[in-house]
Ligand binder design. Structure first.
Ligand SMILES: NC(=O)C1=CN([C@@H]2O[C@H](COP(=O)(O)OP(=O)(O)OC[C@H]3O[C@@H](n4cnc5c(N)ncnc54)[C@H](OP(=O)(O)O)[C@@H]3O)[C@@H](O)[C@H]2O)C=CC1
Ligand SMILES: O=C(CO)[C@H](O)[C@H](O)COP(=O)(O)O
Length: 470
């Protein structure tokens, strides 16, 4: 009898093709499935040896090639395709088999699918994968949620293929049901926030400091060697040195890219769900809004003609670079703080039983939001696992205190000079509000009671009060 394969993968696109080759590189035999015969043929060729990597366009052949309990990962576009693939697998798989959705599926879809498949005795995992094509090939961060006992079957494969941080795998069982997809969604929300912040600093260096692309390349490289070390700062430095091969002037590619940022939805879902839960994540909200504003290119061009802008007062390059590093570091901290706060509250709301330390640890390598800061963040949560907010951790007080001053100066300078810094200023405002023992929302309570008899509480007496204001 022919030897069966350890792992199956549906969807041989950007992520799937790379993930399956990674599985094979780590000593597991793997079988791929895609509707497209060219992708199947390409994988077989790239996989080299048929006993190690094989693939088919026939779903029955694919399923029958796998060892039981079958471990079948889907890396197909989120949405209806995931349901369609599950339906096409069902006639061929057996009780106890495991389906893993590795895509960016919406978490309530994962709950629905998990309940549907649970009734058929099929184990279903939502396991977000981060790291892009290169990560999938060489070591991503993986965020699995589902049945703890069934996880034992996929654990050896996931631990082998995942990125490693100082030898520790960047994957861990996170919790039941949709917990893995939820964590990946918030990962992407933080990703949106950090990308927005990086783009603001790039804009500020250019406009307030006349930095050239070469100079910014050097600045981001230098920052990446320090406490801002992160994948997004690293790739920003690389992007800034990339020459344009298509354009006529052979300048830098970044200058020729249309300033309209697209989105597939995960950042927006993070914001929407944070609103549902009542968790403030303004650094993420504004990153979503900025992608939307960026899309209004024609209107922006019209509006630009209608309103004057102040002439920008230039800052000393060295001083600006130092302040920008501090503001970016400060705003990165605030963005992680908001995302992790959301995870902690969602964990209670949806009974995920998430361990924030574990999440911070599996984000230290492999994923798009990997950063040196995550080692400090995991230590902060290790010291206090019930920490409500990073800003309350003794590990972060000095880091925040020493960088907030520059953030204030840059936000003020940018506002006075008409340079939009929405992510950095939202991060600062969040900080100022979160650290205020008294906010002016007493007035809002009074207004609500004035016009709608909505009542209010008092500082000096227990109870619920209403005033006839007029
Ligand atoms: N790209 C990235 O950097 C990342 C993507 N993700 C997520 O991973 C998932 C996959 O993304 P990605 O690899 O980029 O997407 P791609 O579109 O590159 O690949 C999806 C693959 O699935 C195939 N497919 C579609 N429908 C079916 C079907 N019914 N049966 C079998 N195969 C099918 C597609 O074939 P065809 O093209 O012929 O339709 C394609 O080969 C998504 O949820 C995405 O959000 C997560 C992290 C990073
Ligand atoms: O999951 C990812 C990385 O972690 C994807 O790259 C992400 O989906 C990109 O999102 P968007 O297209 O909305 O910018």
């Amino acid at each position: 009898m022919e030897e069966k394969y350890d792992f199956g993968l549906v969807g041989l696109g950007v992520m799937g093709r790379n993930f399956i080759l990674n599985v094979a590189d780590n000593g597991f035999s793997a079988y791929g499935y895609d509707l497209d015969p060219e992708k199947v043929a390409a994988l077989k060729e790239e996989g080299g040896h048929e006993a190690k990597v094989n693939a088919a366009t026939n779903i029955k052949t694919f399923v029958q090639a796998l060892k039981q309990p079958r471990k079948i990962m889907l890396l197909v576009p989120a949405g209806k395709i995931v349901d369609a693939v599950i339906e096409s697998l069902l006639p061929h798989i057996d009780r106890g088999d495991i389906i893993i959705d590795g895509g960016n599926s919406f978490f309530t879809d994962t709950d629905r699918r998990e309940a549907y498949l649970h009734d058929k005795a099929i184990n279903f995992f939502g396991a977000g994968v981060s790291g892009g094509a290169k990560g999938a090939r060489l070591g991503p961060s993986i965020m699995p949620g589902g049945s703890k006992s069934a996880y034992q079957h996929i654990k050896p494969i996931f631990e082998a293929v995942s990125a490693k941080y100082k030898g520790e795998p960047c994957v861990a069982y996170l919790g039941p049901k949709s917990s893995g997809n939820y964590v990946k969604m918030v990962h992407n929300g933080i990703e949106y926030g950090l990308m927005q912040l990086t783009s603001e600093v790039y804009d500020l260096l250019k406009k307030a400091g006349d930095f050239s692309n070469e100079e910014m390349h050097d600045t981001f490289s230098k920052w990446n060697a320090g406490r801002l070390q992160s994948f997004l700062v690293e790739i920003t430095s690389k992007i800034l040195e990339q020459k344009d091969e298509l354009g006529l002037d052979k300048g830098h590619l970044v200058d020729q890219i249309l300033d309209k940022a697209k989105q597939k939805g995960t950042g927006k879902w993070t914001s929407q769900n944070a609103m549902d839960l009542g968790i403030p994540v303004p650094s993420i909200d504004i990153a979503v809004s900025m992608r939307e504003i960026s899309g209004l290119k024609d209107e922006r061009i019209e509006a630009d003609k209608l309103y004057d802008r102040p002439e920008i007062e230039k800052l000393d390059k060295k001083e600006l670079e130092k302040m920008a590093e501090e503001a970016l570091y400060f705003s990165f901290i605030i963005t992680y703080a908001q995302g992790l706060h959301q995870l902690a509250d969602a964990s209670k709301e949806y009974n995920y039983n998430l361990d924030i330390t574990t999440i911070a640890k599996i984000w230290r390598a492999g994923c798009i939001i990997r950063a040196g800061l995550l080692a400090d963040i995991s230590e902060a949560f290790e010291a206090d696992k019930d920490l409500p907010n990073l800003l309350l951790s003794s590990h972060f007080i000095d880091k925040v205190k020493s960088t907030v001053g520059s953030t204030r100066k840059l936000v003020a300078h940018a506002a006075a000079n008409g340079i939009p810094l929405p992510g950095i200023s939202n991060s600062l405002t969040y900080f100022d509000a979160y650290t205020s023992s008294r906010l002016p929302l007493n007035l809002i309570q009074a207004q609500r009671d004035f016009f709608g008899s909505h009542t209010y509480e008092r500082l000096d007496k227990e109870g619920i009060f209403h005033t006839e204001w007029e």
